[in-house]
Each structure stands twice: as structure tokens, then as C-alpha cells.
Design a protein around this ligand. Sequence first.
Ligand code: 5GP
Ligand code: 5GP
Length: 273
Amino acid sequence: MASLSVKSTLLHLQLAFLLLVMVSFCMVDEVSARPRQREFDYFKLALQWPGTYCQHTRHCCSSNACCRGSNVPTEFTIHGLWPDYNDGTWPACCRRSDFEEKEISTLLDGLKKYWPSLSCGSSSTCHGTKGSFWAHEWEKHGTCSSPVVQDEYSYFVTALNVYFKYNVTKVLNEAGYIPSNTEKYPLGGLVSAIENAFHATPSLVCSEGAVQELYLCFYKDFKPRDCVVGSIIQDVYSSKSSCPMYVSLPLYFSSGLDVAETAISWIPDNEAL
Ligand code: 5GP
Ligand code: 5GP
């Protein structure tokens, strides 16, 4: 009788062990052997201010929007649509889905204008190769946007649509915050203008007193929400935001293709990648 109950306990233990092994196999992505990351909590639309970013331009190539002469963007452009966790961390490189430019061929005109690269450097992709800025954003962030956004085309079209719907540059211009190389604007004024328009608090990143990035946050249904760090709404005046009380929205003047530039060298796109 006792040996029967020992046998049945052993059988139960074996079954439990088998179950544990099966569960842990299911938790690992077959391709990257990276543990599967849990579903994200909210989206962050990361925008970049070309006037600030382009100040660091050292090389030019035709794909770099900083090198477009008088056509350098004078509005926020897209950096990426990022799925995030409420605790301030984020998932990255969630599954193998190599970027295919042909899947977004119908969006290319819009992407070149509103989601250009502001650099000639190649970007690392998730699986040890190098690619374009778009390839980097899709593989690192886009693949973690499930189940809301499932494929590459939806990722880019969704980001463009959200960007058009929540036009930060327009809101700031209408509130009197226009790009300038002489004016400084109160950070609180910029934040309030966006809060009044979208009923949610953005967060900002500055470089040497100039706005470099601006984040707008959204629930999974793309209704605006506050951007949070940890469980505390980010204090835009804290040192974390890297922005001083008064910030600038500079304009970048590049000589473009036509004028000989001493400090900036032109390199072919394929050399850049
Ligand atoms: P940095 O260190 O320049 O702030 O960020 C480097 C990279 O980390 C970003 O380009 C982005 O891919 C990732 N990253 C930084 N902050 C966030 C964030 O708040 N959410 C997500 N999803 N990624 C971020
Ligand atoms: P993230 O910081 O989004 O993870 O990484 C951005 C990657 O894309 C970096 O490798 C960076 O060199 C490259 N990159 C190419 N164009 C841009 C751009 O316009 N802005 C930023 N932030 N990174 C870019």
C-alpha cells in the first residue's frame, strides 16, 4: 500500500516536471531564444526636432534629411512608435520579422517626409545585421506592438496616422511657439499648450537647452494619456527631463547639395550603410 502511494507521488512529480519543461519551452522564442516578452501597456509616439538633432551633422548623404538644404524639416518628425510598460521599461526585438521595404512602398513618400532619418549612420537591427532607420524601428519596437499592431505595413501606417492626428508642431505654432534661433520659450508653456490640445501630458528631452525629442503617449486604443516614468507622472521640470525652464526650438540651416561645405563631407548612401 505504502509503495503504491510512493509510486503515485513519483508519477505526479514526473508529470509536474514534464509540464514545467513544456511551459518553459513555450516561453522561449524559437528564433532568438530570447524569453518571450509580455504584452506592452501603452504606446509612446517619439518625435524628434530636426533643428536640434541636425546640429550634430558631420556627414551628408542623400537619405539624411539634415542635408536637404532649404528643405530641412521645420517640424517635429517621427522617431518611432514605441510600445512601453507602465514601470518605465519596454520590450524590444520581440519576434523575427525582417524589415521589407516593398511592404511599405505605398507609404514611402509620406515616410521620407515625416519619418526621415536625420543621420547617415546605419542602424543595428535585432538580429546582428545593419539596416535603415525604418528597419531598426520596425524590428526593435514594431515587433513588440502586438496584438494592436501585427505587421510592418500596419506599424508604419498607424504611426503616420497618429502623427497626423496629433500635430504637435501645429499646436505649438498656434500657441506662439515658433521655431527660432533667438527666442527661448518657457517649458511649462509648451507643455500646457499640448495638454490643452490633447488633454494629456507629454514628456520632453533636451540637448543643451534645445528641445530634441518630444513624446506623446497613448492607450492601446490611441486615446491620449499622460507619459509616465515608473508609477509617477514625469515631472517635466525635474532633471530627468533634461530640459531647463526655458528652452529653444532652433532652426537648422544646411548648405545642401549645391554649396561647398567645409565641415560636412558628402558620402554615398551605400557607404553610409
Ligand atoms: P536614449 O538612450 O538615446 O534615450 O535611447 C536609446 C534608445 O532606447 C531609443 O532610441 C529607443 O529605442 C530606446 N528607448 C529609450 N527610451 C525609451 C522609451 O521610453 N521607450 C521605449 N520603448 N524605448 C526607449
Ligand atoms: P533608437 O535610439 O531608436 O533605438 O535607435 C535609433 C538608431 O537609428 C540608432 O542606431 C541611430 O544611429 C539610428 N538613426 C538613424 N537615423 C536616426 C534619426 O533620425 N534619429 C535617431 N534618433 N536615430 C537615428
